[in-house]
Design a binder for this molecule. Structure first.
Ligand code: ATP
Length: 333
């Protein structure tokens, strides 16, 4: 770490103490709101701390406000209210210093078609006032499988390669925080896999990653913490594993020894469903239920036994983050 970042961190330590971990967050968003000129309120009082070295996934449906939030943090859009600090530096007051700590991989391709891969990536580094470092640019291009294409003009590259160039540009100035806005949108499986691998490697080197996505698998695969944004409000921020534990539903499946034509009312009363042409009973239960799931399952098994229903096999599955997400963003009935 450079002297500058050390002094920035110590200077800001008193500003916003982290209530949970006690360490200075690398990114701190406070009471951020955005009302566009159209009168649309895209963000409502967002507050969020991101810690060094974590992978944070911001999940939300179309139009939830993800891009607006990233754009404000990166200084591309002005907030109507609130503040953002990166390593303690305010993104408005200390714009250049704060911005130089951030790398942004935008959703849309915004590269100069006539430049070469090498030139455009090196130029991006220069934009942030960093001295030339060909060894770093080479490392980035190699990590993104772009080294063979370093002298190719951008316009000659495939869509996937162009996307890699955007990532290379974002990494050229060695940012501490990397934003990936919808990294998997329109990307093939191979690039997605490479990107995930690169993200993990960057995290190991201490880079903080924030990604926005509609792809639940991406959050589930990658994130340490997940934030869910809906209609401009951050409705949930949670450790991914904790989120699964707290909100996850479980499905208990029982394969019946003999198929049932209909479910006896005593069993239906437990909320069980008959599926697979009468061959299977499924019971979805909430791990948050007041009565312990164990007691509810024991009661169900006792009823099955009383009804003389025998099963061959029984297994449980944790529901995916996708189910949790869908249940969170589904409009209230
Ligand atoms: P997506 O996943 O579709 O990119 P998002 O979560 O990134 O969506 P935003 O692009 O931040 O959402 O948009 C949030 C809301 O603000 C949307 O209703 C959008 O129509 C509106 N919006 C975005 N940019 C502008 C603008 N420049 N002027 C007016 N309204 C805007």
């Amino acid at each position: 770490m450079t002297d500058t970042s050390l002094s920035a961190q110590s200077a800001s330590r008193s500003c916003v103490p982290d209530p949970v971990i006690g360490a200075q967050p690398v990114l701190s968003v406070r009471n951020l709101s955005k009302v566009y000129k159209t009168g649309h309120r895209a963000l409502k009082e967002i507050s969020l701390d991101i810690h060094k070295g974590e992978i944070f996934a911001l999940l939300g449906p179309n139009g939830a406000g993800k891009t607006t939030l990233i754009s404000i943090i990166c200084g591309l859009v002005n907030a109507s209210n609130g503040t953002v600090t990166v390593a303690g530096q305010d993104t408005v007051v200390d714009y250049r210093a704060a911005r130089s700590r951030i790398g942004l991989v935008p959703q849309e391709l915004t590269t100069d078609a006539f430049e070469t891969v090498w030139d455009t990536t090196s130029f991006s580094r220069g934009l942030f006032g960093k001295p030339a470092n060909p060894a770093h640019i080479e490392k980035v291009l190699r990590a993104l499988s772009l080294w063979e294409k370093k002298d190719a003009r951008i316009r000659t590259l495939s869509g996937g390669m162009k996307r890699r160039v955007l990532i290379a540009k974002a990494l050229a100035h060695e940012p501490e925080v990397l934003f990936l806005d919808e990294p998997s949108a329109g990307v093939d499986v191979e690039l997605r896999r490479d990107m995930w691998e690169l993200v993990r490697r960057l995290r190991e080197e201490g880079t903080t990653i924030i990604l926005t996505t509609h792809y639940i698998e991406e959050a589930e695969e990658m994130a340490d913490r997940v934030g869910v944004i809906r209609r401009g409000e951050l409705i949930l921020v949670e450790d991914k594993v904790e989120l699964m534990r707290k909100l996850g539903q479980k499905r208990l499946t029982m394969d019946l020894a003999a198929p049932l034509a209909a479910l006896p009312p005593t069993i239906a009363a437990h909320g069980v469903k008959l599926e697979e042409g009468g061959q299977q009973l499924t019971y979805i239960y909430d791990t948050r239920m007041e009565r312990s799931p164990g007691a509810a399952i024991a009661a169900l098994l006792a009823t099955l036994s009383a009804e003389g229903i025998i099963f061959d096999d029984l297994h449980t599955e944790q529901s995916s983050l996708e189910d949790i997400f869908v249940s969170l963003v589904r409009p209230a009935p």
